[in-house]
Write a protein that binds this ligand. Structure first.
Ligand code: FES
Length: 371
């Protein structure tokens, strides 16, 4: 359907639902439309899985057709995706890997199955075309500026490539690919997500310099060669201090990059995107205990390390949550008694009535929460 006729039919549907809402009370017309086609709803945004594609043995690209109220993303942004698994509703945040210039109304996320990752395994192994997933709108400030970035440096590892892939695809689509140096870390060559596309891009565009580092490949013997190091950076990209740098990957890589840029006094040139909250090194003594989720009467043994949201889910509860990384406050719960530890700072919280972000706090001994 042409964009004009799509807009016209959307406007017609909006007028129709505005008229019929009075008859649908206490629900809204949108709730009934959901039964016919989840993409027609306006009270919640949904997307239909239209294709899946295995990028590597443990990473899959899912093409999604969003419903009404969707707005396009900026390259590098992420969104929330919900999945029902075993009667529970889980939400995670994923970067969009496609370019906004895509003209079929769809976008893609690329998910890597991580160890112990309930939802990532479900998305990589079980999701199939025809499924519907609740989604949020694109968010985040990790994106390219409107003006052409000055010779960007991309540093990525594993699935940290996904927001950068959206940026690269967008720059190619707009035919404004600047001089780019890209350092990407993966365990082996066969683990490189988008490996073929990146290689083709490097072959076609001499301005795009790709440096792949294999962290578990036999032959690379020193830790310095396998992981981020000042020596490698200086040799691969001697002018890194003057470049706009975009980095995305696991905490170890981002901590090292941030520290290096900070020590060089050029932190303002660095933009990072984290998939998880930045946690502090665990204290030398960790107290285990019992957590009582008071609203449900469920109690659970805590090792003092696992966050309270995960602990609740592992014990059959389904507390509301959003980002799972301490940003949105969608998981806030009241502390009724006991003590919890903020995993980002190791600060202890034991004030009765204090609000606890359960996705980034663990119990420090016994605790009781309004969950
Ligand atoms: S889920 Fe967003 S802050 Fe906990």
């Amino acid at each position: 359907m042409q964009p004009q006729s799509q807009a016209a039919s959307r406007s017609l549907l909006s007028r129709f639902t505005a008229l019929t809402d009075a008859f649908a009370f206490p629900l809204r017309t949108s709730h009934y439309l959901e039964l016919v086609n989840p993409l027609w709803t306006t009270h919640a945004l949904q997307a239909k899985v239209v294709a899946v594609w295995d990028e590597t043995a443990d990473a899959r690209t899912i093409t999604l057709k969003p419903g009404r109220n969707w707005r396009s993303h900026r390259p590098g942004q992420h969104l929330r995706v919900g999945v029902p698994i075993g009667g529970m509703h889980y939400t995670r945040t994923y970067s969009i890997s496609s370019a906004p210039e895509r003209n079929d109304g769809c976008f893609t996320i690329t998910v890597k199955a991580i160890n112990g990752g309930r939802m990532s395994h479900h998305l990589v192994r079980n999701i199939k075309p025809g499924d519907f997933l609740p989604i949020g709108v694109p968010q985040g400030d990790f994106y390219l500026p409107d003006a052409n970035p000055v010779e960007p440096l991309f540093i990525t590892a594993g699935s940290g490539i996904t927001p950068i892939m959206s940026m690269l695809r967008s720059l190619v689509a707009q035919e404004r690919l600047p001089d780019i140096t890209h350092i990407h870390y993966a365990p082996h060559a066969y683990d490189v997500i988008f490996g073929q596309e990146l290689a083709a891009l490097a072959a076609k565009h001499p301005r795009y310099q790709l440096h792949l580092v294999y962290t578990r490949e036999p032959g690379e013997t020193t830790a310095e060669k396998r992981h981020f190091s000042a020596t490698t950076l200086d040799s691969v990209c001697p002018d890194w201090r003057t470049r706009d740098t975009y980095a995305c990957g696991p905490q170890g890589l981002l901590d090292a990059v941030e520290s290096h840029w900070r020590n060089a006094g050029v932190s303002r040139q660095l933009h990072t995107e984290r998939f998880r909250a930045q946690v502090a090194a665990a204290p030398s003594e960790i107290t285990s205990g019992t957590v009582l989720f008071a609203n449900s009467g469920v109690s659970a043994a805590s090792d003092g390390v696992v966050n309270l949201l995960r602990l609740a889910e592992d014990n059959g509860l389904n507390p509301p949550h959003g980002c799972r990384m301490g940003i949105c406050h969608g998981c806030d719960a009241k502390l009724k008694s006991g003590c919890v530890r903020d995993l980002r700072t190791n600060a202890l919280l034991n004030e009765v009535g204090a609000i606890v972000q359960i996705c980034v706090c663990a119990a420090a001994g016994d605790a009781e929460l309004e969950v």
